[in-house]
Design a protein. Structure first.
Length: 559
């Protein structure tokens, strides 16, 4: 006769009771029309969880598990429980809109256990990784280049495992902030793990470290970002925030499975990087003056084109800040919301909830806005609604993925827009790229060799109004000096835009009605007299603002 195992039977009974409760909650969910959620199978957002104090959550049998802006998803065991109602009312009084889900006791206990996991990584405010202002200020004062960041990371790697785990992520993020890096890349390879930072658009190796530290760091970053620790073969996206003085720096995290482990990219969304006004983006005064007049008009579609990472969002945000006044309503539809703009209603697309650019734009028009920004025009429906909005008294800003300003018109036609309506709807199409600026402290002037002179002269000969470049020095140009303390040894410091634009006029309108090629539109637009990106780049080289290598890196000057 087999021996009776009491502990094994007890575990079995517990599992049966838990499964029975799950079944009951699902039945009640269907009966009362309240959605059911199993908290053990989803990622619980630390931003949401800490909105309810642990003692309150346990007493009220409640747990918040997801938050977007002021919309809050809350799991409860019994919606009619007085303590539960009291907790929900408290959330409403704080300005949140709770959506109630039914869940089991097992799920709630699982969520409550997450409090101790998040205790060391969240401050009292939601989504905040609390790094003291003094610590950040000390770090920024000490760090001037990537080499110093490397030194701090190496020192952190020598700490004991517990201290290393709690410090490594903070050192990485603080290093990115100190060097003004836009993102951090952690890439596991066969023998080691590569750490890179993107500084002024260029990825730079920082250090290689061991796989054990990588695994600790991966868990830490997943925990901070509200991602599932046990999911390793699926891509995941999350976020967390850094409190630095009075500023909140948001970090967007992307995890992607790879051959030797999960690749991590943390994008640093520092509000300071998009605080530049329209006047300092790098536009020439003639183009800037006309653009300011165009965005001051009450209606029209203004398009900005270029690949990912070309600065389109920064430019559109600069436009929004320029036109913003208390008298007008500005509404945006973005994917995702990268930076928060005061006085602007910003919404984020959500494919799971069928809130797309097109549906968001339709909804936006019902909000009676004066100005609308659509993150990107990707399909016919979005394009048609944007055109309609511009034709019915709205100023619309948006982006397209094309290589040139002229390409914006052919792209809209490819999306099914009637060429005859473009002339009335589109005000201007822009194109831009970002180049690094030469360090003013160490750049040097050199003579232009014969081959380079031919390249430069070939571009400048295409300038329609040659009087604009009369007196431009063509025998010498500026190049990187190799680096100095002021630029952290990079030879470059900061970035600026190369721009071109096609404004709608009678000639452009006439040629567009014939569904022309991009080259045909370029030919007609040249008569407007504005520089192309290639011309703008060459002139900025001769003026000492950037280098030939930088311009060639981002555009084809032979086109």
């Amino acid at each position: 006769m087999p021996e009776f195992n009491e502990s094994k039977q007890e575990r079995k009974y517990k599992q049966l009771r838990e499964q029975e409760e799950e079944d009951v909650m699902k039945t009640l969910s269907e009966k009362y029309g309240i959605p059911y959620v199993d908290l053990t199978s989803i990622s619980i957002s630390p931003d949401a969880l800490v909105l309810i104090h642990e003692d309150v959550a346990r007493a009220a049998h409640i747990a918040a598990f997801n938050v977007a802006e002021k919309a809050l998803d809350v799991a409860v065991h019994s919606p009619n429980d007085p303590e539960t109602q009291k907790a929900l009312d408290a959330l409403t009084n704080k300005g949140f809109t709770p959506s109630v889900f039914l869940t089991s006791t097992k799920s709630l206990v699982f969520a409550w256990e997450r409090y101790k996991d998040f205790a060391s990584t969240t401050a009292s405010r939601r989504g905040m990784l609390d790094i003291s202002s003094d610590e950040i200020e000390k770090f920024v004062a000490d760090v001037h280049d990537i080499e110093t960041v490397k030194k701090h990371i190496e020192e952190t790697l020598t700490l004991k495992k517990a201290f290393r785990t709690s410090r490594i992520a903070e050192v990485l993020v603080a290093g990115a902030l100190a060097t003004h890096s836009s993102d951090i890349h952690i890439e596991p390879e066969e023998a080691s793990v590569r750490l890179r930072m993107r500084l002024d658009g260029i990825l730079t190796d920082v250090i290689f470290f061991d796989h054990e530290t990588y695994r600790l760091l991966l868990s830490r970053i997943k925990l901070l970002s509200g991602l599932k620790l046990n999911v390793q073969q699926e891509a995941q996206d999350g976020r967390f925030s850094i409190r630095m003085g009075k500023a909140d720096i948001e970090i967007r995290t992307s995890i992607l499975p790879g051959q030797y482990g999960e690749s991590i990219v943390m994008r640093v969304l520092n509000p300071d990087t998009i605080s530049a006004s329209i006047e300092v983006l790098g536009m020439r005064k003639e183009l800037l003056d006309v653009l300011i007049r165009e965005i001051a008009k009450p209606n029209g579609l203004i398009l900005n084109t270029g690949p990912t990472g070309s600065g389109k969002t920064t430019t559109l945000y600069a436009f929004l800040r320029k036109v913003h006044t208390p008298e007008i309503k500005i509404l945006t539809i973005e994917d995702p919301i990268e930076y928060h703009l005061p006085g602007v209603v910003q919404t984020q697309v959500d494919a799971e909830k069928e809130y797309t650019f097109s549906s968001g734009l339709r909804a936006a028009l019902r909000q009676d806005p004066d100005v609308i920004m659509v993150g990107e025009i990707r399909d016919n429906e979005t394009a048609e609604i944007a055109i309609h909005a511009a034709l019915t008294g709205h100023l619309v800003f948006s982006t397209l993925h094309t290589n040139s300003a002229a390409g914006a018109f052919t792209r809209l036609i490819d999306l099914g827009i009637n060429p005859r309506v473009l002339g009335s709807a589109v005000s201007v199409a822009l194109a831009q790229r970002l180049v690094r600026k030469l360090c003013e402290k160490c750049k040097k002037e050199v003579s232009i060799d014969a081959e380079t002179k031919i390249q430069i002269d070939t571009v400048l000969q295409t300038v329609t109004k040659q009087e604009k470049i009369t007196g431009l020095q063509r025998d010498h140009m500026w190049v990187s000096g190799g680096g100095c303390p002021a630029c952290g040894g990079m030879g470059y410091k900061g970035r600026m835009g190369l721009f071109e634009a096609v404004f709608m006029d009678a000639k452009i309108e006439d040629v567009i009605e014939m569904s022309p090629s991009e080259r045909e539109i370029k030919k007609v637009s040249a008569e407007q007299g504005f520089f192309t990106m290639a011309q703008d780049g060459i002139i900025k080289i001769l003026e000492g603002q950037t280098s030939l290598e930088e311009v060639i890196r981002v555009i084809d000057i032979t086109d």
